[in-house]
Design a protein around this ligand. Structure first.
Ligand SMILES: [Zn+2]
Length: 157
């Protein structure tokens, strides 16, 4: 997570969101990543003085929620927005902001954490609930499959 290893792949300046048109911008990056993952690239290692096959994979992306929705197909416009809490997302509607706000993340803290008792900084309530269980790899894939199916349905209509 050092800054020298960060790689800004795409920066799109647009007065409006691109929506699904972002695929056009990402297509060259995706093709390159596929090639780097499956075939690799002969690269010089300055430390050993030898050539090696460099392979690459995309591990994480950092984006705001609207971009996250476009990239993953995850709906960020409902009350079940949080990608960590998924179906156990706690949210409230912000009347003046006219959007959902994810709440209830103090349940991830240790019960002795002072923020669990803090009413003033949050919604006027203490929070002691249990954090949603971590999904196994298979459960994540099943969930992703469901999200992709829903995304494809929406895209067709
Ligand atoms: Zn959450």
């Amino acid at each position: 997570m050092k800054q020298c290893f960060f790689f800004l792949s795409v920066l799109i300046n647009s007065p409006k969101g691109l929506g699904n048109k972002i695929d056009v911008y990402l297509q060259p990056l995706i093709e390159e990543l596929k090639e780097l993952f499956s075939i690799g690239l002969q690269t010089y290692d300055a430390f050993t003085g030898e050539m090696f096959t460099l392979k690459a994979a995309l591990l994480w992306t950092i984006s705001d929620f609207p971009a996250y929705a476009i990239l993953t197909g995850w709906s960020t416009s409902s009350g079940k927005t949080c990608p960590r809490c998924v179906g156990d997302t706690k949210s409230c509607w912000l009347k003046h902001g006219r959007k959902f706000c994810c709440i209830g993340h103090r349940r991830f803290l240790h019960k002795s954490d002072r923020m669990c008792k803090d009413k003033i900084s949050f919604d006027g309530k203490m929070e002691w609930g249990e954090a949603p269980k971590l999904l196994s790899g298979m459960e994540m894939l099943q969930q992703l499959d469901g999200v992709l199916t829903e995304y494809k349905k929406k895209k067709r209509s």
